[in-house]
Design a protein around this ligand. Structure first.
Ligand SMILES: Cc1cc2nc3c(=O)[nH]c(=O)nc-3n(C[C@H](O)[C@H](O)[C@H](O)COP(=O)(O)OP(=O)(O)OC[C@H]3O[C@@H](n4cnc5c(N)ncnc54)[C@H](O)[C@@H]3O)c2cc1C
Length: 384
């Protein structure tokens, strides 16, 4: 066992840290308030190779490992979780899904520009469309249909809560082709946003990650060529579940970053703020809060890195990915709440950043499988 990072991994961490502080921190409060998508930041991250981190260089990616991805996600999420969720969806769900399960033609046509994050000088990213108004945790109840018409499918339905919904050029859409076959009748498709019949709904007005653009997307008689189906007929549900397993490492790392960002702010504040004639860090109750934060964050970090390492070794990482996500997201919620507490009244106002981190933390317990669903995955795994 080796707990040391390589020079390359440390360089990626440093680059992400510098980027987050120099490019994401300015304007983060305003973007949150105005719900403004961080387009400029994502474009620059694409130029630096952060949008297709784990994609092979022959498909336009940076060819990095998942450990580097965890390190980068933590650093970006410390500053702006609206930026990091966009990075996570493009890397873990869209690019990973296409690299692992796409055809050679799909990789050439879609994966390569998506991994670069730029096409013809414009931002070119993807979104992952599984959830529906009536199908969230129970993803088998897909109501979006893809009728098989021989050489093409006809797509109809509505998808909800889609991250990158308006900014993405390419959607990976999960839909039911044969309801009689249940989840074995589900397929996954590559759909371009500008195809006839695709409509982007209004932007959701959210509690947190307000810069991230979350939209419903509807499909009305959208013609999808057969070559845009991912994998064999009926592979769509497995595609979604396998892809989300990798996604959990991204969201766990996002939660880790939100927690460690709040901890760093609370630690610094506790040294500056005086109460009863001394810095509040001298009060034991504050010290113990900080000690618990540091301990939980380190545990969350180890969970994320273990899941990432298992993925890189091509081992089964279902259990460690779910443990990482549930632990890191609960650590993020707890740590950010305590960070607000350590800041007292100042923690409740926007200028001090911790209230935003607290609002951003909540989503990590919900998307890409709620904490309850992670516990179901964990118990299935340990009780088998
Ligand atoms: C900001 C945001 C961004 C998102 N981005 C995307 C995206 O890009 N793509 C996408 O496809 N989806 C996305 N989602 C959707 C997200 O993945 C779902 O909201 C999530 O999976 C939960 O589904 P639901 O909202 O329908 O809740 P439900 O499934 O209705 O769950 C409601 C509650 O019941 C609990 N519950 C459900 N089933 C069980 C059970 N069997 N046992 C115990 N408890 C249970 C849940 O844990 C939850 O607490 C996003 C959501 C948000 C809010």
């Amino acid at each position: 066992m080796n707990f040391e990072f390589t020079e390359e991994q440390l360089a990626v961490k440093q680059a992400a840290r510098d980027f987050a502080r120099q490019e994401c921190l300015p304007g983060v409060i305003e973007r949150d308030e105005l719900q403004r998508f961080p387009k400029e930041q994502i474009y620059k991250l694409a130029e630096l190779g952060f949008m297709g981190m784990m994609v092979k260089p022959e498909y336009g990616g940076s060819g990095m490992d998942t450990i580097s991805y965890v390190l980068a996600m933590e650093e970006i999420s410390k500053i702006d979780a609206s930026v990091s969720v966009c990075v996570s969806v493009n890397n873990s769900l869209v690019c990973y899904g296409l690299q692992e399960y796409g055809s050679e033609e799909q990789k050439q046509k879609y994966l390569t520009p998506l991994a670069q994050g730029i096409k013809d000088g414009e931002l070119y990213i993807g979104a992952f469309l599984l959830s529906e108004p009536e199908a969230g945790s129970d993803a088998t109840s897909q109501r979006t249909t893809a009728e098989d018409k021989g050489d093409h499918y006809v797509l109809n339905g509505i998808k909800n809560w889609i991250t990158n919904g308006n900014s993405a050029s390419v959607y990976l859409v999960i839909a039911q082709t044969d309801p009689a076959k249940g989840h074995k009748g589900i397929n996954a498709f590559i759909v371009e946003k500008n195809w006839p019949g695709v409509t982007v709904g209004a932007k959701e007005n959210k509690l947190g990650i307000r810069g991230s653009d979350t939209h419903s997307i509807s499909f009305q008689d959208v013609i999808v060529p057969k070559e845009n189906r991912i994998g064999a007929d009926g592979f769509g549900f497995k595609f979604a579940m396998k892809t989300l397993e990798g996604g959990r490492i991204g969201i766990a790392s996002q939660a880790l970053g939100i927690a460690s960002g709040a901890y760093e702010l609370a630690l610094a504040y506790s040294k500056e703020r005086k109460a009863f004639g001394q810095p509040i860090m001298n009060h034991q109750i504050i010290q113990f809060k900080l000690a618990d934060m540091a301990t939980k964050i380190e545990a969350a970090r180890l969970f994320c890195l273990k899941a990432a390492w298992e993925k890189d070794q091509h081992l089964d990482y279902t259990l460690s990915g779910s443990m990482a996500k549930v632990f890191a997201s609960e650590t993020a919620m707890w740590t950010t709440t305590e960070a607000v507490q350590i800041h007292g009244g100042y923690g409740y106002v926007k200028e001090f950043h911790v209230e935003r981190l607290m609002r951003d933390a909540k989503i990590t317990q919900i998307y890409e499988g709620t904490s309850e669903i992670q516990r179901i995955v964990i118990s299935r795994s340990i009780l088998k």
